[in-house]
Design a protein. Structure first.
Length: 115
């Protein structure tokens, strides 16, 4: 197996902000505080605030792209609800199974729900 040294990074999940000193082929591997993996942001503090904020912004963008459709009076409310669930909530909740949600994150999601 070949490892690309330029693409390889290290993230240490720690409350203390610890850094790791790892070498690969005589070169030190870069330490990072956050990275995106499969579309979700992972941070060294293990909290999901950044990911929640990012998902809320992406969901708002998804709503705005379909604004004319989602606010059309020619459809029933039930159909509009299903479309919002499909186009907006699916974007917001992608990867949410792995989130660590504190009170602050929960309030932010609830505020988005009222938006």
């Amino acid at each position: 197996m070949k490892i690309n040294k330029r693409k390889t990074k290290i993230l240490v999940a720690s409350r203390k902000g610890t850094q790791a000193d790892c070498m690969l082929g005589g070169e030190k591997i870069e330490n990072v505080d956050a990275f995106t993996f499969l579309g979700s942001k992972i941070t060294s503090d293990g909290k999901s605030y950044t990911e929640i904020w990012s998902r809320i912004n992406q969901a708002k963008t998804a709503f705005n792209k379909k604004h004319a459709l989602l606010t059309s009076n020619s459809m029933t409310i039930q159909l509009r609800k299903r479309l919002i669930k499909t186009f907006v909530w699916s974007v917001l909740l992608y990867g949410s199974e792995t989130w660590t949600i504190g009170e602050r994150g929960q309030k932010r999601i609830e505020a988005f729900e009222m938006w």
